[in-house]
Design a binder for this molecule. Structure first.
Ligand SMILES: C[S@@+](CC[C@H](N)C(=O)[O-])C[C@H]1O[C@@H](n2cnc3c(N)ncnc32)[C@H](O)[C@@H]1O
Length: 309
């Protein structure tokens, strides 16, 4: 049985990406971000009434980035490198980290307790595959198994995109979902009536998880999942491009969207941390997009924009 070391770094929002990158360099297979901004929203919403967070999570103010490294001869060296890299970050104070050993059995299933059915917008609901949920008001239900991929409908960056999709999909659209994670936004698009959806992710684990979820939701005839970087797998013109990634990636992606988006088509850009929202907005406008709507939730911002034709 493998013993893993759970490493938790408490860090301000602007450090989340940097700490995640350090963990990636150290060979962690992925990170878990516990964001109090998300938690405070969750407590307010009815659907989260039964959503129980441990007191140590509720009492914290800064986000925590967690990663898991297997115990072994290289572990000590990696912890020394982690400390060195954290000390060199351009943050007001040096983030400290805590460690906690966990056995593989616990770790593989511990995250399941965090996912509960959630109602999104006025017509959608997401339910983890192992939970019971009876839809109210004829809601469209997505069944999702997140595995190690991002996107189970419990993060504001995802839910804001789903609310935008609810408003713009009328039926028959062609959609490209960049950074599909679990496939949640691609599946949402298909279930709302899109004709065909291309879902792309850089991460082969996400691609595998997304393919499984597409099957689970019986939309494989309309959703194609491919491994790729940004829009490099997209050849057809589409009506809607969705990108819930991060500000810096959206800035790079925006000009390339022109290659495949029809004039008058929509770009949904999400995953934008508040302090970079203006920069993303300026880039979108310079590129030829008009911002139609801005949504904000905690530290996160999403834009719905249209390509001026
Ligand atoms: C925040 S998650 C969003 C997942 C899902 N779309 C959602 O809304 O919940 C971002 C995803 O983008 C993927 N990603 C990051 N950079 C990418 C790139 N350059 N090209 C394609 N996918 C990328 C990541 O692997 C991750 O699965």
């Amino acid at each position: 049985m493998t013993i893993w070391l759970e490493i938790s770094v408490q860090v301000p929002h602007e450090g989340i990406e940097m700490v995640s990158y350090i963990f990636d360099e150290l060979g962690a297979g992925g990170v878990v971000i516990e964001d109090p901004a998300l938690i405070s929203r969750g407590i307010e919403a009815d659907i989260w009434d039964h959503y129980e967070f441990p007191p140590e999570v509720l009492n914290r103010t800064l986000p925590i980035v967690k990663a898991y490294l297997p115990e072994g001869p290289e572990l000590e060296d990696k912890l020394v490198r982690l400390q060195e890299r954290l000390s060199g970050l351009p943050l007001e104070s040096i983030p400290s980290f805590e460690t906690n050993p966990v056995v593989e059995e616990d770790w593989a299933t511990a995250w399941m307790a965090y996912y509960k059915p959630v109602e999104i917008g006025s017509r959608l609901a997401v339910k983890p595959s192992w939970e019971e949920y009876t839809p109210r008001d004829n809601r469209i239900v997505l069944e999702l198994d997140p595995g190690m991929a991002f996107g189970c409908g419990n993060h504001p960056t995802t839910t804001m995109c789903m609310e935008f999709l609810e408003g713009i999909i009328k039926g028959g659209e062609l959609v490209a979902d960049v950074g599909t994670g679990t496939g949640i936004l691609a599946i949402t698009s298909a279930k709302l009536g899109a004709d065909r959806v291309l879902a792309v992710d850089l991460d082969s684990v996400a691609v595998k998880v997304a393919k499984e979820n597409v099957q689970l939701n019986q939309v494989a005839d309309r959703v194609t999942v491919l491994e790729g970087n940004l829009l490099d797998r997209a050849t057809e013109t589409v009506d809607i491009v969705i990108a819930n990634i991060i500000a810096s990636v959206i800035i790079v992606l925006a000009p390339d969207v022109l290659r495949i988006l029809k004039p008058g088509g929509y770009l949904i850009a999400s995953g934008i941390i508040r302090f970079r929202a203006e920069e993303v907005k300026e880039k979108l406008e310079q590129t030829g997009f008009r911002i139609v709507e801005k949504k904000e939730d905690g530290e996160w911002v999403s834009y719905l924009s249209v390509l001026e034709g």
